[in-house]
Design a protein around this ligand. Structure first.
Ligand code: XIL
Length: 365
């Protein structure tokens, strides 16, 4: 079953506007990113984390700007199944309750990934090769949130052509134990557990214009084709959208063609984790902000051309909660600036680029 971001879904997000008591009148009269996206029939949203919700200023802005949230880490398996068969959904439920009380949608992320797993899992999978270690988890988690998730990233990052495996598969423990069939297993279990959630294959590697990305795009297209040929219930391709302002840029033609091909397969598209890394730039904040905004705008202009594009989520809303990532964050006094709001929750040039992109985009289908 396909998920349609219907008027009802979009209207569901609206009561949150009135619910924000702390927001100033001026802020309320200015359309937020979600309002601009909604005019095109799309969603804007952001990754959020439980530790951020205690920050009331931030939580109010999140509810005003985002129509949909996705847990930053609260649905990662290391937290959800710390020991075999012992599930802990409390953190994810906190986010779910926040979303429900503010009329926001929620995405689930991720069900099957090679990273952020509990330490016991990899060995257990490799030594037993029990499919239940994969499908049992998918069933338990997707059932828990049945009817409450807009979409699920069912499998995250299955491909890594540079690993040299057939089909461009990442040589993860999932692949080692089950071969390429693990992707199908996961999607089938997810559909059975939650028939209404949009089921997404989520990955990076297809954004930039380098030869390695050409290969990644080719492998992604064939993976999706194979899945559809086998009637695997995949509904959408999730493009993470992590960009780098001073690294390899996108090639609009290659990116546009790739997304159009996925669309032609009948799949929806969603940008799931957009941000723009400004590491490697000059110390001048104005110049870095400009480069970040420009990179995002070039990207969004291409993705928003696609009628199948449901929405765009950024990996966080404000730089306030960016973690120090080793050396890179300490390069500048200001830290990294890669999200729509700065640490003071003030809109950055990236925010304005996103607003402009949503304003001028052609509507979703
Ligand atoms: C990261 C989160 O930001 C961390 O808090 C978490 O512990 C590990 O994962 N691609 C993804 C996301 O699909 O899940 C990652 O998020 C960032 C890269």
């Amino acid at each position: 079953m396909r998920f349609h971001p219907s008027r009802r879904e979009l209207l569901l997000a609206l009561p949150s506007l009135a619910a924000i008591s702390g927001a100033s009148a001026a802020a309320e009269s200015t359309p937020g990113l979600k309002d601009l996206a909604a005019r095109q029939g799309r969603l804007y949203g952001a990754a959020a984390a439980t530790y951020q919700l205690a920050d009331r200023d931030f939580a109010a802005v999140l509810a005003r700007e985002a129509a949909i949230i996705v847990p930053e880490y609260e649905l990662k398996r290391f937290l959800v199944e710390p020991s075999p068969g012992h599930y802990d959904f409390s953190a994810a439920e906190t986010l779910s309750a926040f979303a429900a009380s503010h009329g926001l949608l929620m995405r689930g992320h991720p069900l099957v990934w090679h990273a952020a797993n509990p330490p016991w899992l990899e060995q257990a999978v490799l030594s037993s090769r029990k499919e239940a270690l994969l499908s049992g988890y998918v069933t338990a988690v997707a059932s828990r949130f049945r009817g409450r998730m807009h979409s699920w990233d069912v499998v995250n990052e299955a491909l890594e052509p540079s690993d040299g495996m057939p089909g461009g598969f990442r040589n993860s423990f999932w692949f080692k134990a089950f071969g390429p069939g693990y992707v199908e297993l996961a999607f089938r279990a997810a559909r059975a557990a939650d028939p209404s959630a949009l089921l997404v294959y989520n990955d990076f590697g297809c954004e930039a214009g380098m030869p390695a990305n050409d290969l990644f795009r080719a492998r992604t297209l064939s993976l999706l084709e194979q899945l559809l040929k086998r009637n695997v219930p995949v509904d959408a391709y999730g493009m993470q959208g992590h960009l780098s302002a001073y690294g390899p840029g996108i090639d609009p033609r290659k990116l546009g063609t790739f997304l159009a091909e996925i669309e032609a397969m009948g799949l929806r598209l969603i940008v799931t984790e957009h941000d723009v890394d400004d590491a490697g730039g000059p110390s001048d904040t104005v110049a870095r902000d400009r480069a970040v905004a420009d990179a995002s705008q070039r990207f969004l202009d291409v993705v928003l051309e696609r009628p199948a594009l449901i929405g765009v989520l950024t990996w966080g809303l404000s730089d306030r909660y960016l973690r120090a990532e080793g050396m890179r964050a300490s390069l500048f006094e200001t830290g990294l600036r890669k999200l729509p709001l700065d640490r003071a929750l003030v809109p950055t040039p990236l925010y304005r680029a996103m607003s402009a992109a949503f304003r001028t985009a052609r509507p979703a289908r």
